[in-house]
Every structure is written in structure tokens, then in C-alpha cells.
Write a protein that binds this ligand. Sequence first.
Ligand code: VG1
Ligand code: CO
Length: 553
Amino acid sequence: MEILSTPVTPFAGQRPGTSGLRKKVAIFRGPGYIEAFVQSLFDALPQAVGGGVAGQTLVLGGDGRFFNDHAIQTIIRMAAANGVGRLLVGRDGLLSTPAMSAVIRERKAFGGIILSASHNPGGPDGDFGIKYNVANGGPAPERVTEAIYRRTQSIAAYRTLAADDVPIDRLVLSRLGQMEVAIIDPVAEYAALLERIFNFDRLRDLFRGGFRLRFDAMSAVTGPYAREIFEHRLGAPAETAVNADPLPDFGGRHPDPNPTHAASLIAAMSAVDAPDFGAASDGDGDRNMVVGRADRTGGGMIGPSDSLAMLAANAHLIPWFRDGLPGVARSMPTSRAVDRVAAKLGIECFETPTGWKFFGNLLDAGRIALCGEESAGTSSNHIREKDGVWAVLFWLNVIAARGQPAAAIVADHWARFGRDFYLRHDFEEIETERANQLIDGLRRRIPELPGTRLGEFEISEADDFAYTDPVDGSASAHQGIRVGFTDGARIVYRLSGTGTEGATSRVYLERFEPDPARHVLAASEALAPLAAAGVVLADIVGITGRERPSVVV
Ligand code: VG1
Ligand code: CO
């Protein structure tokens, strides 16, 4: 079969951000755009990871959003033309991010290409994304993504085959040129992995006893996984998984599991006949939202930072963690609730920059086995990605083992460890120049901040977060401005690396509250004075012209 070399001129801005390359679909549809990036990836790998794709096994799949089909066929042809030995493709081009990680590891593949813009909206006017994962199943580290980016700036041609589309809707083996193409069903493989982690017998008993779960797949990729695991393997009633058919436009919603975009789940959980537990996951299935049924002791959404701490405190109840945890990690802006658990357990706790790729080395080295981010991502050493369905099963397993509803587990945790009130304020779609001005201004003032008073608060320390990987010594600077206060409160400012329109400035607020009598306060109430101080400190209104954040989570 004829290999074609098609000339292409470099595109500006093909630099992967926090999690791969994300752009508007309209940009990805531009002639040669995705081809230039994929060829740059293939070209960069020999130097960046010490070997190229020739003769290797690669995995390919995406979250099914608009343009997924087209991108899959384009990449299949390019993989064949670049000498890939074997390509494993998720049926219908679908593969959740955690399933991709599991398949790479299970099949000892060289790497994988994930097509997703995660929680960003889909459809022709929405976003698209592409991300490369390395042989440990995790996102490519910065060294690799930077090498790909450098290559995009000098790329002159891409290789492809003059060939028809390959059928991907059936589990068949075929050949394209010298390459073998295997269509795989990742659901069974993924479910089998989770059966080794959790106590499925106990979970079956839970559902047999009438426990009700509502899992909202948000018309994204986890629907088939949730149906198989909750309904078929665990015996939960039909319709436990809702919005469980993946749609190219996610039914017009943002597949972002938060109270705004999963409002119907929040409503269902507050109804008189509410299920016992509610959950949702995002476009590519790596984020989770967990919601307890409201009762006298509280209930409602369990914040991701709290959830991480609570899972750490209860990890010994899970068969996979029977022997305890070696250590835990959280991304820097995630609240310090998990640090308190680690201190009590006497285990290490690491603070890494935002983005899952920074957990990979710690997991590989066995320094940590559980980690998470405030952005609704939690996972463990079973794979090298965050994992939405896994997090839900973890919660169900803890509920079953303790014989208590989620709300009681939350209240008990706060009573034991204290509560870290936490909120994130996002200022979206602001001009890039102004967003930079905000961060640069704070950075310049770091030396003079300690001692500054803002209303009832006094700054005790401030820095521009820099991280040195304890395993391989790689350094990442400018990961966000951290401001600490004398009463232990903290504000973090950083810019998003996943948006596709203008810039998003994120402000992360947290304050520790030891007094159980005050744990029932709403976070918005408990953090209102700190939020106001944060606006003044960074001159948010003056610089952005925004009086209020566009998103509060
Ligand atoms: C955001 C989150 C970060 C997460 C990333 C990818 O990045 O803050 O914690 O790892 O999204 O998540 P940023 O740079 O926009 O703050 V996913 O589920 O969109 O792959
Ligand atoms: Co995601």
C-alpha cells in the first residue's frame, strides 16, 4: 500500500497544556492540523522516550465527541504509515481515559493516543483534544510534551496511507498495510480490573438490600462501563446509570460533573424519594462527582478535596489497600484535608503541580498509592490516570463496609480531623494579557506580602510554587502563587491550562475549622471574608473588570 508524504506547514500554538492539546473543533478541522500534531508526536518519541513507534503496539480511542470518528480514521492511516506494528482501537472509537490507562498497562503497549477535551463542551462548535500516554499508562510527562511541541514548530510533512476507512464497529482483526488493527472492547477488561480492587460480593449484597444509586454518565463515555459494572455485575436495577448512551454533543450539556452542569443529579439527590448515593463523571470518564443523600446530618455533594481525604482515611476497608497506603499525594491547589489524614496515619504526603502527569513517578516508585486533585479527580496505583467509576465504587465499598450513609461518614470525618472549608472561584474567558497581568503582579509583590493585613487576615508567607520531582529530579516552575495566612487559611492563584477561549484565572480558597459546631456552615458562608480578601489582594476587579467569578465550585 502506498505511503504518502504530504507537505504541511507548522501551526502556531500546538503546545499541550495541563492535559494534552485542546482547541476548538473548528481549529482541529483545519487541513493538516491534527496530522501535523500526530506526525510531530511520532517524530518526537524516539528522542523523548528512547524509542519510536515502529513495530510497537499502540492503543487508540476517545470520548466519542464530534470529530472523534474522523480523527480515529486519520490516526489509523498515519499509524500504519509510520510503521506501528499493532494498533488496538476501542470499539466505535470509544475508550474512557482510565480504561485507556488500564489497557496500555494490561497489554504492555508502548503508549496510547486519547481523543478528548474531557469536561469541555462538544459538538461542532465545541472543543476537541488529543493526548499521548506513555508505557506506564499515564499522561506523557512535560519532557515529552515539550519535545512534541518543539517538533510541531519545524514539521514539514506527514506520512499517511492511501487507504479506505477501517471498520471499527465490530471486534475484528484486520490489516492496514503492514499494521495489524485489533478492535477491542475495553469494558470487560476494565471491569475485571475493578473486581480485583473492590469487594464485589459485599457490593452485590448492598444492592440486594435495596440500596439505590444514581450514576449520571452525562451522555459521555462512561455509560457502557457503568451499565456493565453497576447493573450487570453488581445487580443494581436498570436505570441506575442514566444518560448512559455516549453522544457526540453530550446532549448539548457540558460533560462536567459539578453542581452547575450536573444540576439534575443534585435535584434528584434532594428529592423526597432520593437515591442513597449519587455520582457523575465527565466527558472522558476520569473525573467524579459524589453526592450523598441529604439527611439530618448533612448530605449533598462531597467536595473532591474532602473526598480524597475521606478515601485515604478509609482505604484499609478496600481489599486493594488491605495493607494500608505507603503515601498519598495531592495537587498543590487541592485542600490540605488529606495532609491531616496522612499525618495521623504517619505516611508521606506530596504536593505536586496541577495535572495528573505529576503523580506518575510517585506511583511508579511506590511512594504513593492514592492521589487526587480538587478538580474532581481521584485515583490510585491501579492505573496511571484519574478514574471516575473507580472513585464511585470506592465510596460504595466504604459505605457497605461501614454500614453508614455517606452523610454520616462525612460528618464523622470532620469531627475527627476538622473541616477544611474549600471553594474554587473561576474567572473565565478573560483577556490573556489581563490574566497574565494578574499573576505577574502577584509574583512581583511576593517579597513584600508577608506581614500585609487584609481585613481580619494577615499574610504569613507567599511563594510562586515550584516543584522538583523527588523521583527523577525534573523541575517545574511557576505552578501558581500560594498565599498563606497567620490563621492557617490559604489562597492560591493560577491560570488554567485546559481552556480554549481567552484565559481562565482560578482562585482557590481554603480555611481550617476545628470546631464541630461550625462544620455545618456552607462553604460559601465560611469563606466569604477570605474570598473578599482574595479579590482585593490580586486587584481582580481592577484588572479583569469582573465583580464576580463565572464559576464557583
Ligand atoms: C484542569 C484541572 C486539573 C486537571 C485538568 C485536566 O486543569 O484544574 O486539576 O488535571 O483540568 O482534567 P487547568 O489547567 O484548566 O486548571 V480533565 O478531566 O479536563 O483531563
Ligand atoms: Co476528564
